[in-house]
Design a protein around this ligand. Structure first.
Ligand code: NAD
Ligand code: LMR
Length: 329
């Protein structure tokens, strides 16, 4: 029998936790032949502990052949001991009328603590996906507190934005999702993000030939950028199943490779495109297998595209300045 893959999930009793755990346990990420071990880190209050107990009872009741073991823990270092795949989900979500950056005050310290614990205990080749918002800056905080890990072990989730962009294009052109390639989302997981279709193709035809500029500017861009808020307005809670699904897409491609496809990940900038080094920025990458990726280089921007990129990067820089005292500690 194969060695179980060690997956750690803080925040397992929450909304996203309830969607992601069953898919992780059933092999949706690593396949039907790879057993998994789940370590679940929750807050130690009675409500969260009871909710987690219920989730674990349901995981038991699924009798997934791929779920080799699972345990609930309260200490981050124990949670990340030898962890190979980590989903940093446990954090407060925003409510109606809030921006994701408004969560920094409530959530930043979680990522400081968890970054330190990852530094201490995780596999040196760990893949850490930050989902808790504001995810780019939380990832920035986490990797700064993990100096013994390569910053490239950390990324933040903008795959949901890329999936949303693909879904909008599919609906507009009435083409299947699987025929759409090359969509990329730059910058911050916030309203300032830049969903870019200049290199996208739909069934082999340039997307820009199939949709007009007015639709792109007036409908597509704002719809993708504000989709999270629209979901909160519609269901009273933030996205959960689609977020869990995007997290699995992200981690699966990161680890297994993306078969030459361009995918969107928010990763520490290497200075490409003038994006300040170290900022965790949504960018097009190609995942080359075993948890490696390369940022796609030499992309030329239109003037409008460059302005959008500059705006969203400026917001990330501002968030990084806000958390500078936390990084300096
Ligand atoms: P939720 O409130 O339903 O669940 C959060 C869970 O995390 C709760 O069970 C809570 O007890 C737990 N938690 C809080 N602090 C913790 C800590 N320090 N250690 C361990 N567990 C902790 O929230 P949710 O809907 O699951 O969303 C979680 C986060 O994901 C939010 O910040 C949300 O904004 C974010 N999110 C990001 C994306 C994205 O695309 N990046 C998409 C959706 C949601
Ligand atoms: C999303 O994009 O759905 C999440 O980031 C949740 C939110 O606050 O919008």
């Amino acid at each position: 029998m194969k060695h179980p893959a060690r997956i750690a999930v803080p925040g397992p009793a929450g909304q996203i936790g309830y969607s992601i755990l069953f898919r992780l346990a059933s092999g949706a990420m690593l396949g039907p032949d790879q057993p998994v071990s789940l370590t679940l880190l929750e807050r130690p209050n009675p409500t969260s502990s009871a909710a987690l107990k219920g989730v674990m009872m349901e995981l038991d009741d699924c009798a997934f052949p791929t779920l080799a073991e699972m345990k609930a823990v309260r200490d981050p270092a124990e949670a990340f001991d030898g962890a190979e795949y980590v989903f940093l989900i446990g954090a407060r979500p925003r409510g109606p009328g809030m921006e994701r950056a408004d969560l920094l005050e409530a959530n930043a310290s979680i990522f400081e603590t968890q970054g330190r614990a990852l530094n201490e205990a995780a596999s040196r080749n760990v893949k850490v996906l930050v989902v808790g918002n504001p995810c780019n800056t939380n990832a920035y905080i986490a990797y700064h507190h993990a100096p013994n890990l390569d910053p490239k072990c950390f990324s933040a989730m903008m795959r949901l934005d890329a999936n949303r962009a693909v879904a909008q294009l599919a609906e507009k052109t009435q083409k299947p999702v699987c025929s759409i390639q090359g969509v990329r989302v730059w910058g911050n997981h916030s309203n300032s993000m830049y969903p870019d279709i200049t290199a996208a193709t739909i069934a082999g035809t340039a997307a820009t030939e199939l949709v007009d500029e007015a639709w792109y500017n007036d409908y597509f861009l704002p719809t993708v950028a504000t989709r999270g808020g629209a979901i909160i307005k519609a269901r009273g809670k933030s996205s959960a199943a689609s977020a869990a699904s995007a997290a699995i897409d992200h981690m699966r491609d990161w680890w297994n490779g993306s078969d030459g496809r361009v995918v969107t990940m928010a990763v520490p900038s290497d200075g490409s495109y003038g994006i300040p080094e170290g900022i965790v920025c949504g960018m097009p990458v190609i995942c080359t297998g075993n948890g490696n990726y390369e940022i796609v280089k030499d992309i030329e921007f239109t003037a409008a595209g460059r302005a959008r990129l500059d705006k969203t990067v400026a917001e990330l820089v501002k968030e990084s300045e806000t958390v500078a005292p936390l990084i300096a500690e």
